[in-house]
Design a protein around this ligand. Structure first.
Ligand code: GLY
Length: 345
């Protein structure tokens, strides 16, 4: 097991990669714990959960709503969870986002921790303290930063993910490799069979590389005023595609990464060979679904992105594989490139 520490302000968050998830029993206090999970996770692992009250939500993005947070807060209150309590999220990105958001506002803030059960949440969503809910389909518009006390990332839990959930997580892993770690990109590129059969040793290595990169970024820039923006690579178009097509997050981000790589190529920031390698890797996991957003819709969808500031957007380009840079461009430029790219294919 590797322990990766993220220190921000006055909080310390420990990410435990490669640990068996049952170690959570040793990390919890004797009382004051509420467990938040989804119905799928509860069906698979519920009988091994620590013996505390469990609150279940429906699996999927539709649960990331303020109404769900309100109803969970009422249940916590009824159960007697007070300011010394802790919310343990056992689940993927949706559960961790909800648990973190609820913990940050319940009684003006209580502690939280996660057992992160999906690849997407292990390599990205559960670390770094971002949480939130959606508003009328606009992603994560209500939210805040709250670091979990610990996050357990057990690669053996990834065995029970559906192919679609697993591949969706691979997209975020590939994103981290593209923006910050060329060696990770080559590891994924050269070990496609092992990645496809979910080899726990290989996955542990990949998750650890991704979390180490993210920990360094978040330690330097928790509130996303600079470096952390790079983690949004692929997300400008990705969120638009996710809103329009209702794809799983990773699939939409993968499509967004293909577009952002194409944009980087058009500016001479990556070579044609690098672009083809990126596309080939995404394609090999079936990660490039179609997304023909009508020309008059794309600008409105990009306008809903919370990274927008006035008419500008901080857009992440690649500067070779393993390096990225955020540049201000107008929403109009981003929309025009999308429209033009339809004819380039
Ligand atoms: N998922 C992007 C971030 O944590 O900043």
């Amino acid at each position: 097991m590797e322990k990766i520490v993220i220190k921000t302000g006055d909080s310390v968050s420990e990410i435990l990669v490669g640990a068996g998830w049952e170690m959570v029993h040793e990390l919890l206090p004797e009382s004051g714990v509420a467990i938040l999970t989804d119905r799928n996770i509860f069906r698979i692992y519920g009988d091994k959960f620590p013996d505390f009250p469990v609150f279940q939500v429906d699996a999927g993005e539709a649960s990331k709503k303020i109404r769900v947070v309100e109803s969970l807060a009422g249940e916590l209150l009824e159960t007697g969870i007070d300011r010394d309590g802790i919310i343990l999220g056992i689940g993927g990105g949706v559960v961790c986002d909800l648990a973190g958001f609820l913990a940050s506002i319940y009684m003006r803030g209580i502690r939280c921790a996660y057992v992160s059960t999906s690849l997407l949440s292990q390599v990205d969503a559960s670390t770094g303290g971002k949480n939130g809910v959606n508003l009328d389909g606009a992603k994560n518009v209500l939210g805040c930063f709250k670091q979990p006390e610990f996050v357990i990332c057990d690669p053996e839990m990834l065995e029970t993910l559906t192919e679609e959930e697993y591949h969706s997580g691979l997209a975020e892993l590939i994103k981290t490799a593209l923006i910050g770690d060329r060696k990770l990109f080559e590891l994924i590129e050269n070990n496609r069979a092992g990645i496809s059969r979910r080899d726990p040793g290989l996955l542990s290595m990949c998750i650890s590389m991704a979390v180490n990169f993210k920990a360094a970024v978040v330690t330097e820039d928790e509130r996303e005023t600079g470096l952390r923006r790079l983690l949004n690579f692929g997300h400008t178009y990705g969120h638009a595609i996710e809103m329009y097509k209702s794809y799983r997050h990773g699939y939409a981000v993968a499509a967004g990464m293909e577009l952002a790589s194409r944009f980087s190529l058009s500016r001479g920031m990556i070579t044609r060979e690098e672009f083809e390698r990126i596309k080939d890797l995404l394609n090999s996991y079936g990660l490039l679904p179609g997304h023909d957003i009508p020309d008059d819709e794309i600008i409105h969808l990009i306008m809903k992105d919370k990274k927008k500031s006035g008419n500008d957007i901080s857009f992440v380009f690649l500067n070779g594989i393993g390096k990225a840079v955020a540049e201000k461009i107008t929403v109009k430029e981003a929309a025009e490139f999308y429209i033009q790219s339809k004819t380039d294919k």
